[in-house]
Write a protein that binds this ligand. Structure first.
Ligand code: SAH
Ligand code: SF4
Length: 348
């Protein structure tokens, strides 16, 4: 069985030719996939019945099953947990904010990076997702939104997994989602978030893409970052910041630093000052997000006062920052949290 969402247009064309069909059928199927987001081959009405039947036995579309579908109490955040044929569980979150419809998607089942505060890091690594597995949830939500006359406006790769640890599939998924003949989302509308894999950041910079990059920094000194993010021992803060500067130089694009504020841990004046010194004069922005508590980690979110103080300290260095509200807390919308709750059978 071939998953059609795993194929690019040339591969789809070859697949169609191999079935003994004329080439133009590939374009028709492509449009059913990326303009109509159909779930079964029978819906592809302009294809002959024989081809639809042939497709049904040789290919598949979205192979996942919905295991949980939850809406936050304010109705703005929806989180879906799907199960892949081999049992892996993948999370996707839709956030509605004003006219934005932002999807948070996953790149891996689990994660190998082991960040101590992260629910996905706590579960360990299972496997990479294929291109089709990365984008199928986007098509699912696109279909749901289309029924309301809406569309996906932004995508953030901030669900489960480290996107740059699954580099080729992640970037191919971006290609697919931005293809003007297909899903046609603007490259600037997709954010890739990375824990800081230095060689991959440099490689990404060299590609000169328009897709924005966010770096999960969370600490500005090695002593602090080592405690939170094990990969920091391999690529320490100075090397990471060098790679970020290289990215900015190569692309001319602003970089975003993510900072989960953990009470009494990385929300100190000292850390704010160290961060200010580290990134002042850099083309960057800092997102401050009070920690979303997870089962495997004792830390909690910083108080409002601490958050404000942290932000004011950054401003002294002319570093701009935004405090992000934690969305969908009541549905475990933090990375990896819903899977955790389902697997451990604690769902109400
Ligand atoms: N692996 C990538 C992308 C997925 S994690 C990365 O680490 O960047 C997406 C973001 O959520 C990262 O910034 C990550 O540090 C953050 N995050 C993970 N667990 C969190 C938690 N419990 N509270 C707040 N942010 C968290
Ligand atoms: Fe992996 Fe990102 Fe979680 Fe770290 S924060 S464990 S890199 S998903």
């Amino acid at each position: 069985m071939i998953n059609l969402y795993d194929l690019n247009f040339d591969e789809l064309t070859q697949f169609v030719l191999d079935l003994g069909e004329p080439k133009f059928r590939a374009r028709q199927i492509w449009e059913w996939l990326y303009h109509s987001f159909v779930v079964d081959f029978d819906a592809m009405r302009n294809l002959p019945k024989s081809l639809r039947e042939n497709l049904a036995v040789t290919a598949n579309l979205d192979t996942s099953k919905i295991v949980a579908d939850q809406l936050s109490s304010d109705g703005q955040t929806q989180k879906v947990l799907t199960q892949l044929p081999d049992g892996q569980l993948i999370e996707t979150v839709l956030m509605r904010y004003n006219r934005r419809r932002t999807l948070c998607i996953s790149s891996q089942a689990g994660c190998a990076m082991g960040c101590v505060f992260c629910a996905t890091g706590q579960m360990g690594f299972f496997r990479n997702l294929s291109v089709g597995e990365i984008i199928a949830p986007v098509m699912r939500f696109a279909r749901q939104l289309a029924a309301e006359d809406q569309r996906v406006t932004n995508i953030v790769m901030m669900g489960m997994g480290e996107p740059l640890h699954n580099y080729d599939n992640t970037l191919e998924a971006v290609n697919r989602l931005t293809d003007p003949t297909g899903f046609n989302l603007g490259a600037r509308k997709i954010t890739i978030s990375t824990v800081g894999l230095v060689p991959a950041i440099r490689r990404y910079a060299d590609e000169g893409r328009q897709t924005p990059l966010a770096i999960s920094l969370h600490a500005a000194t090695d002593a602090e970052r080592d405690k939170l993010i094990p990969i920091n021992k391999r690529w320490p803060v100075a090397e990471l910041i060098d790679a970020c500067r290289y990215y900015i130089k190569k692309t001319g694009r602003r970089i975003t630093f993510e900072w989960a504020l953990i009470a009494g841990e990385n929300d100190t004046i000292e850390q704010a000052q160290a961060l200010g010194k580290l990134v002042q004069e850099m083309l960057c922005h800092v997102n401050l997000i009070p920690l979303n508590p997870t089962k495997g980690y004792g830390g909690g979110p910083s108080s409002r006062e601490r958050v404000d103080k942290f932000q004011q300290t950054l401003a002294q260095y002319k570093v701009t920052s935004t405090v992000r509200v934690r969305r969908g807390i009541d549905i475990q919308a933090g990375c990896g949290q819903l899977r955790d709750r389902i697997v451990n059978q604690t769902i109400d």
